[in-house]
Design a binder for this molecule. Structure first.
Ligand code: OOG
Ligand code: MG
Length: 262
């Protein structure tokens, strides 16, 4: 049997162009069933390299599928990571739908580090010692795949569906509250759709940052000071369309809002 050599560069170019133009595509595993998780992360990195060649810049990382609710909703049952760039950060609480396919939003928090985190053995304690502050955050995800349907390998190659994110204006001390007990509630046009607590994320959101450091260490990478880390959605994501207003209420942190505009 002839073994087909997968052209990772070609796949990265294709995915990156769909990320940029906002057109959906078939899953990459349809034509490349032998693609591995490692190769998918290579593709993810190449896509970011293309964005950086055009002037974008990496600003951090996101963990995805760190809560059961998220895993069940997309049918993939292990955590993944993705890369965040400057152009993904919304400066204002407005989400333009231009170049998006089928966006969904989810309630998150983001850690920002003051010290580098690296290695296979990173513990929650190491994460606390390295954390400068924590922000309430909303992530906008938008799978490039048709019907928002994918396998583990597909979603990794598509940068864990990363699209946009917004952080609150107010930063909080890591010691402000017990982050696992913190409740969040997400409203769309005034209707409560989902609620949960920080414990939904791997038992405690700090574990998500530790897990990211470990996953990156396998690739010889680290989390750098100043980088933003989204820990993963606390609840299922919700679809948004033109005119929607999203509000996420966080216990002890206030609220974040997002207005969706065609
Ligand atoms: C994958 C990205 C998951 C999260 O917070 O769990 C994610 C997806 O659901 O498309 O961002
Ligand atoms: Mg997310």
């Amino acid at each position: 049997m002839e073994v087909k050599q997968v052209d990772l560069k070609h796949l990265a170019e294709k995915i990156e162009s769909h990320q940029t133009t906002g057109q959906d595509m078939d899953k990459v595993t349809i034509d490349n069933p032998s693609l591995t998780v490692e190769e998918a992360y290579e593709i993810q990195k190449m896509c970011i390299d293309y964005k950086e060649e055009r002037g974008d810049q990496m600003v951090g990382w996101k963990m995805g599928l760190t809560s059961k609710a998220k895993q069940v909703s997309v049918g993939v049952d292990e955590p993944i990571y993705g890369r965040l760039t400057q152009s993904m950060e919304l400066a204002d609480p407005v989400l333009p739908l231009e170049n998006l396919i089928h966006p969904r939003v989810e309630p998150e928090i983001a850690f920002v580090l003051k010290k580098e985190l690296s290695g296979e053995d990173v513990t929650p304690r190491d994460v606390w010692m390295a954390t400068e502050c924590i922000f309430p955050a909303i992530e906008v995800i938008d799978s490039r795949y048709k019907n928002f349907s994918f396998t583990l390998v597909d979603v990794i190659a598509d940068n864990a569906s990363s699209t946009k994110f917004i952080l609150g204006d107010q930063a909080f001390s890591p010691y402000h509250t017990a982050w696992d007990e913190m409740g969040v509630a997400m409203f769309r046009n005034g209707e409560l759709l989902h609620s949960g607590t920080g414990a939904a994320v791997l038992g405690h959101p700090v574990r998500s940052v530790a897990m990211l450091a470990k996953m990156l260490s396998r690739e010889g990478q680290t989390i750098k000071p100043g980088q933003v880390i989204l820990v993963g959605g606390f609840t299922e994501a919700v679809d948004v369309s033109d005119g929607d207003h999203i509000e996420v209420r966080y216990d002890q942190l206030g609220s974040l809002n997002l207005r969706v505009e065609g």
